[in-house]
Write a protein that binds this ligand. Sequence first.
Ligand code: AMP
Ligand code: MG
Length: 344
Amino acid sequence: MQTLYLSADAPGCAETAAEIIRRGGLVAIPTETVYGLGANGLDETAVARIFEAKGRPQDNPLILHVAAPEEMESICHDIPPAAYALAKAYWPGPLTMVLPVKDIVPKRTTAGLDTVAVRCPDCAITRAIIRLSGVPIAAPSANLSGKPSTTTAEHVRHDHDGRIDAIVDGGPCRVGLESTIVDLTADRPRLLRPGGITPEQLTKVLGDLVVDKAVTAQIDKDAVVRAPGMKYRHYAPQEPVVIVAGSREKAAAYIRSHFEPGDRVLCFQEELPLYAGCDPLAYGEEADVNTLSAGLFAALRELDDPSIHKVYARCPTGGGVAYAVQNRLKKAAAFHIVNAEECL
Ligand code: AMP
Ligand code: MG
């Protein structure tokens, strides 16, 4: 199959992409979080193609993307006031809500759950594509399953050229990490995945928030969990990743003393001089966490290379968006963390 490349600002882009979606095709779409691999979320056959193209396990449900907040009512029932309050505060934006699903949504989209994940993305071209296609678009991250997510159209081309109908190029993703997911179907609101909408922002609106253990620990692959998908190995380059915690100086001393040829260092821009000779790669500035979230997946993709033995990674501390960066890096490292303060 020949993949069609569409520039987001070219005339007719949204119409062409929407037409492909309506016909049951696959279109990679830009969003503020990561690039998604989109299809008609109400068409079981189209949705099956997403799983096939990604090599995604069937029990990993998809997020449905809507063009406007009120459209959640077409796919969800018994929507609680908290969902309307969150939508008012943070939609369009990098927030996904899990709500009770209506029968109109095929089981394949929700992996058989009685809930569905829904989001209104903050990306004009993608909202136009959804609006023109007339259906919610199911879209997981556009990477091959298990690989670091796609934050540029070039990443999508690398993984799917010749295998999907079209790629809409909207430039690099602003947030660079997948959406925050909050489950509103249990007694208390539950954070299933941290992202660009922070736990602090959620708590401000909800007054309460439980953090699911899928966020903070490795989940057994056979476990039955509220956040299916979070139990799979995620975001990781093929070689092992080790997070080295501690002060700049202690971490550099630890890494330099353990570094072997073929290893790489993933660090903050400010730390590059400390790793001369250790092939460092900076993914953003420690002083500006948004550059870290925007740059993390591109860096992890660059490090996904069979010639690399091991990656030593530096991880930001603290809450807010740093909490989401920590979550992705810890998953990429399979929670392998050494504290340089205790090692010297
Ligand atoms: P992604 O792979 O980035 O598209 O994210 C989809 C993730 O959203 C899945 O892996 C699940 O963790 C989560 N998700 C989707 N639908 C549901 C649902 N109904 N209940 C709980 N989590 C969900
Ligand atoms: Mg994904």
